[in-house]
Design a protein around this ligand. Structure first.
Ligand SMILES: [Zn+2]
Length: 289
């Protein structure tokens, strides 16, 4: 099987992107995997710190690996938003395929320093482990928002600057970069997030050359996401839309079957709801009509 890096480079070449979907339970993983398998496209499972504290760091590695082996399928695991070197190390030691060190609340210099430490450690353990870093703040929670989160500014002067991105990539040696280009974590009520700055994506891509990752794509229009992919985004993150679909379907199922106590019965519709959202996104990211 090809490595995650090879799949990413292939996507880059094809003008497509690999879907990255977050989980904190087995049911969501099942829904995502069903959708990917149906379309035959590679997929990345993400767990940020809170999510993996819940499902278990070692346990989620075992789950994803079991699918990869049983089905000989390109499904990979990423330690999404990780806020300290210790937590990065824990994920690498547990067997994650990729990690994201998120130091957007540190100074530019400290961000470079600790990111470099994460890169050095990952490559020492296994050169195939990919390290991604963030530059620019886009908010931190995957939920339905009433307004743009505090501290997130999406006017041009606050977006990641190409020259800054170039310096950061050269000094840290990261494999991938997640820039702030008008995207926000979570999605605004009604599902209409502000437009992405496609021009800035192109400029940053031109400056750094390495694959880029679009975070917080829940709530962005399909057209915007396609343009972002064509302009250099090789992985696209979706979390909130899956969470919303799962919860809605679960509530409905519980209401309709008040006497049902078997989780494998009342969770069925929630798994299906995740599958539907993920299939739709994977078609968009992989240009499947
Ligand atoms: Zn993110």
């Amino acid at each position: 099987m090809k490595t995650l890096k090879e799949y990413i480079l292939e996507a880059e070449k094809n003008g497509t992107a690999i879907g990255h979907f977050n989980i904190s339970n087995l049911e969501t993983l099942k829904g995502i995997f069903e959708a990917a398998k149906k379309l035959g496209v590679p997929v990345i499972i993400g767990t940020a710190e809170g999510e993996r504290n819940f499902i278990g760091t070692q346990q989620v590695v075992a789950l994803v690996k079991s699918l990869r082996q049983e089905y000989d399928y390109p499904i990979f695991l990423n330690a999404d938003h990780t806020y300290s070197f210790d937590k990065v190390k824990e994920a690498i030691d547990a067997g994650y395929d990729a990690i994201i060190f998120d130091a957007t609340d540190l100074s530019f210099e400290d961000n470079i320093k600790i990111t470099k430490q994460c890169v050095d450690y990952a490559k020492k353990v296994n050169p195939d482990i990919l390290v991604e870093a963030e530059l620019g703040f886009i908010g931190s929670s995957s939920k339905v928002l009433n307004e743009i989160p505090e501290g997130v500014k999406i006017t041009e002067e606050y977006l990641t600057k190409p020259e800054e991105a170039k310096k950061f990539v050269m000094e840290t040696g990261v494999d991938m970069l997640a820039p702030a280009i008008g995207n926000i974590h979570g999605m605004l009520k009604g599902g209409k997030d502000p437009a992405l700055n496609i021009q800035r994506i192109k400029e940053i891509k031109g400056a750094i050359g390495i694959p880029m990752v679009l975070h917080g794509a829940s709530g962005n229009s399909p057209m915007d996401v396609r343009e972002a992919i064509k302009s250099g985004m090789s992985i696209v993150h979706i979390n909130t839309e899956i969470r919303v679909a799962f919860r809605k379907a679960l509530v409905k199922s519980l209401q309709e079957n008040p006497d049902e106590v078997a989780p494998y019965k009342y969770m069925k519709e929630a798994v299906k709801a995740v599958e539907v959202v993920v299939e739709d996104k994977l078609k968009l990211f992989n240009n499947i009509v």
